[in-house]
Ligand binder design. Structure first.
Ligand SMILES: *Cc1c(COP(=O)(O)O)cnc(C)c1O
Length: 380
């Protein structure tokens, strides 16, 4: 699904010397690279504060710990996402409220959010799924009206642009009150192990978060709040510093590959290519980075999706089903208040989606082989 080796080849010298520098200076924990990476990422994103931490799940948890939420408060998030999002809500004894997603762009459904709001609702967690930013204009409007926090789960859309109704362009993860991201190796900006970060424009919140990641400590050995130990280690920060300058190029390479895939599938009736870009068409935007294709996900209609997965596997083409089971049906997150009729989109998507290889190193020959194999199967 990803080709990290191919990507490494081009940046090997830079990455190797950065890692060696950490080893030689033995600045393994909170070394200069961590601070420098923080500043470089703040600048890239146009956000006031980046707080690095150990992984994307911690980032979400810490963001939620920093807000004044208490057990039983309801947090609305999407039914169709990776489990980490709902997991941290539940871990903090907040009440997850899963809602359906949009059938076109896979992101949290705005009307479903509105229907799920109760007097206990305190926050919304939109997930910018597969690299496309959720409808943040609407989400921020709802949040304002109901006095809710917005926590963006930006693990899949780092570098993506979001253009608001008023024309202002912002980076994904800088629009809500706080955001989290992951530097897991296969993410759009991946390190060589685990890593994550929290973003916010709110000075007070940033201060709170910096204490929480460090055992709730604001003055050495004074523990004001219950915190955690969550650090981005210096070697990972050094890798990320070497890769950040290429993020836009990497995202452009993903978009290019997506464009080629979509062109090859354009005439195939049973295949619905990804859509929901800033102009809301099926074409891939040339103007901005509104979709950064963490995944290239098709919907196959009237096709045995699982048989297609098996067929691709036989031909040694990696593929993935993100996600095969709606979160509201997972044992850990079942809730008797959920009504199946409220999840018709997710229940359908889990049967139809298939993600094809997507990374920065895909070449025309590979894309040709992949698309031909998919089309052959569907047309046979
Ligand atoms: C990857 C991911 C996470 C978690 O990131 P880790 O670094 O693996 O903890 C959270 N949310 C979403 C949507 C993700 O894709």
């Amino acid at each position: 699904m990803v080709d990290l080796k191919g990507q490494y080849k081009d940046i090997k010298e830079h990455v190797d010397s950065s890692i060696m520098n950490v080893i030689e200076t033995t600045a393994f924990i909170n070394g200069p690279d961590v601070h420098e990476f923080q500043k470089e990422l703040e600048e890239y994103l146009g956000v006031k504060h980046v707080i690095p931490c150990a992984n994307g799940t911690d980032a979400l948890q810490i963001a939620m710990m920093a807000l004044d939420l208490k057990p039983g408060d309801e947090v609305i998030t999407a039914d169709f996402t990776f489990a980490a999002t709902v997991e941290v809500i539940a871990l903090l004894r907040l009440t997850p409220v899963l809602v359906d997603v949009d059938p076109i762009n896979f992101n949290i459904d705005i009307d479903a959010i509105k229907r799920a709001i109760t007097p206990k609702t305190k926050a919304i967690v939109p997930v910018h799924l597969f690299g496309l930013v959720a409808n943040m204009d609407e989400i921020m409007d709802i949040a304002k009206e109901h006095n809710l926090y917005v926590i963006e789960d930006n693990a899949q859309a780092i570098g993506a642009d979001y253009t608001s109704k008023d024309g202002t362009k912002k980076k994904a993860g800088t629009i809500g009150h706080v955001a989290s991201t992951s530097f897991f190796p296969s993410k759009n900006l991946g390190c060589y192990g685990d890593g994550g970060a929290i973003f916010t424009n709110d000075d007070a919140l940033a201060h709170t978060i910096r204490g929480i990641v460090n055992h709730g400590m604001y003055v050495r050995y004074h523990h004001d709040v219950v915190g955690v130990n969550s650090r981005l280690d210096s070697i990972q920060a050094a890798v990320l510093r070497a890769k950040l300058p290429y993020l836009d190029t990497y995202n452009a390479a993903r978009r290019n590959a997506a464009r080629k895939y979509s062109l090859a599938f354009a005439e195939i009736e049973n295949i619905i290519t990804p859509t929901g870009f800033c102009d809301n068409t099926q074409s891939i935007c040339d103007v901005c980075d509104c979709h950064v294709f963490h995944q290239y996900t098709l919907k196959v209609v009237g096709v045995d999706r699982d048989a297609l997965v098996n067929h691709l596997t036989e031909k040694e083409i990696p593929c993935g089903v993100y996600y095969p089971i709606p979160l509201h049906l997972q044992k850990a997150y079942k809730d008797e208040r959920y009504n199946e009729a409220d999840f018709t989109v997710t229940n359908q998507l889990v049967k139809e989606v298939i993600s094809l290889p997507m990374h920065t190193e895909l070449d025309d020959e590979q894309i040709d082989f992949i698309t031909k194999t998919v089309i052959d199967f569907i047309e046979k």
